[in-house]
Design a protein. Structure first.
Length: 197
C-alpha cells in the first residue's frame, strides 16, 4: 500500500532525517549519536516491523536533550504521514511485553487526538549509559504522540533494571502501534463512526 514517509527537519540545534515504512520487515539503520537511544529506536523498528532509518546531527556538546526530542518529533511526523487517513486499519492496538523482571503494557488508538498516559516507577538512575537521561523516555513518547496524532498509554507493571524497564516500554509501544496500523480486510474506509480520524 506504500505507507511510507520521509521527514527532514532542521533547526539551529539539530538536523534530523527519518524514513519510515509501516509495512516493512523491521529493518533499521539508526544513528543519533546517543548510543542507548539508537538501541531503543532500533528495537522500536524491529518489533514494530517498521523499516526505519534515522540519521541525526545534534548539539551533543550541550547534552542529548535536543537530539532525542527532535528525533521523536520527526518520528511522530513520519508516522502521521505514513498512516495517512488510517483507512482499513485496526485502529486500536495493545501489547504486554516482559523483559526479564520488567513488565510493560502499552495501548494505542490512532484517534487523531494526541494524548499520553505514562506510568513508570520512581527511583530511576539519572542516566542509562553516558548520555540518555531516564526522564527523557516520557518526553520521547510525549513528542511522538503530539506529532503522530495518537493516544498512547504506557504502564510499567514492574522491574528493577532500568535498561530493561526502558527497553520494554519502547518494545510495547512498537507492538501496540504495529497492531493498530495492521490492515483488517473487514474494515472498509476509516474505522470511526465520524468517518474521519
Amino acid at each position: 500500500m506504500g505507507r511510507s514517509a520521509r521527514i527532514e527537519r532542521a533547526t539551529s540545534e539539530t538536523k534530523v532525517l527519518v524514513l519510515l515504512d509501516l509495512d516493512g520487515h523491521g529493518v533499521t539503520d539508526v544513528s543519533t549519536g546517543v548510543g542507548f537511544y539508537d538501541h531503543m529506536l532500533s528495537s522500536f523498528g524491529k518489533h514494530g516491523l517498521f523499516d526505519l532509518t534515522v540519521q541525526v546531527e545534534g548539539d551533543l556538546h550541550i547534552d542529548a536533550h535536543h537530539t532525542i526530542e527532535d528525533t521523536a518529533i520527526g518520528l511522530g511526523q513520519a508516522f502521521a504521514q505514513a498512516a495517512g487517513d488510517k483507512s482499513g486499519t485496526c485502529r486500536f492496538g495493545d501489547a504486554l511485553i516482559p523483559m526479564d523482571e520488567a513488565l510493560v503494557q502499552a495501548a494505542v488508538d490512532l484517534s487523531g487526538r494526541p494524548y499520553l498516559v505514562h506510568n513508570e516507577p520512581a527511583g530511576a538512575p539519572p542516566t542509562i549509559g553516558p548520555d540518555y537521561a531516564t526522564t527523557l523516555t516520557r518526553h520521547v513518547f510525549e513528542s511522538f504522540v503530539q506529532h503522530a496524532g495518537v493516544t498512547l498509554h504506557v504502564t510499567v507493571h514492574g522491574g528493577r533494571d532500568w535498561h530493561h524497564i526502558t527497553e520494554a516500554q519502547y518494545k510495547a509501544a512498537a507492538r501496540a502501534l504495529r497492531a493498530a496500523v495492521e490492515i483488517d480486510a473487514r474494515v472498509h474506509g476509516v474505522p470511526s463512526t465520524k468517518g474521519v480520524l
